[in-house]
Design a protein around this ligand. Structure first.
Ligand code: PEP
Length: 252
């Protein structure tokens, strides 16, 4: 059975004292069988996470990684650096980066490839815009985004990633996908991978992201093809984040 992963994307939020209080609350909570937690933090706080979380069951990671391994790339963070600070995960292809920094499907796939080369698990985000959903293009858009990942990583790489379906119109808007909308896209993505390898498709963790909070976690986390959540705003409130984890545990 696939484990659930509840991953908190802190985005550009945090301060040392607030981070410490948040992490302390996460560490004080009961561990739930079959549910893993991770926090994906701004790069300057990776050392703090390494100090606070080493030896705990909460993993940590970055929010982006360079497709390059080292060199004259001002402002970028290398996969080897994430590894040096104990990261297990890194997000790639978050829609805020695709939109603000013009990241293409092929660049996102290249970032995932570099992450894997450094034993990081990329959480590869994809999802459609509101205009694309309203014009009936959702399936085409997400298939195309996933196809770039499949082409670049091959089956061996695909078996080592986490996928996150994040409809752009649901991110930070308070408007989550309905359970039907989420399940439909998750099933479609799993089928696309299963067409390459049934085993890889069956084992692939596919997270849902987009305004997940305690109040809607049960209906989303109980869906058959939803294997956890990528949580933005609600991951900054320990009780909300933990409640999402409890919803996922109940779903098993
Ligand atoms: C996200 O940033 O990945 C996200 C899903 O944000 P929110 O939960 O705030 O919608």
């Amino acid at each position: 059975m696939r484990h659930k992963l509840i991953a908190g994307n802190w985005k550009m939020h945090g301060a040392c004292a607030d981070n410490a209080a948040l992490v302390e609350a996460l560490l004080a909570a009961e561990r739930l069988s079959g549910v893993d937690y991770a926090v994906l933090v701004p790069a300057p706080y990776l050392a703090q996470m390494q100090t606070l979380l080493t030896g705990s069951s909460v993993a940590w990671g970055g929010q982006d990684v360079s497709e390059e391994t080292k060199g004259a790339f001002t402002g970028e963070v290398a996969a080897s650096m994430l590894r040096e600070f104990g990261c297990r995960y890194t997000i790639v292809g978050h829609s805020e980066r695709r939109q603000r920094h013009g990241e293409s499907d092929s660049l996102v796939a290249a970032k995932a490839r570099t992450a894997l080369a450094y034993q990081l698990t990329p959480i590869v985000c994809l999802g459609e815009s509101l205009a694309q959903r309203e014009s009936g293009e959702t399936a085409m858009v997400v298939r195309q985004q996933l196809a770039a990942v499949i082409e670049t990583l091959g089956l061996e790489g695909l078996a080592r990633i986490v996928l996150a379906y994040e409809p752009i119109w649901a991110i930070g808007t308070g408007r989550s996908a309905t359970p039907e909308q989420a399940q439909e896209v998750h099933a479609l993505l799993r089928h696309q991978v299963a067409a390459e390898s049934q085993m890889v498709g069956d084992n692939l963790q596919i997270l849902y992201g987009g305004s997940v909070k305690a109040a809607n976690a049960v209906e989303l986390m109980t869906l058959p093809d939803v294997d956890g959540a990528l949580v933005g705003g609600a991951s900054l409130v320990a009780q909300e984040f933990l409640a999402i984890g409890r919803a996922a545990a109940g779903a098993r």
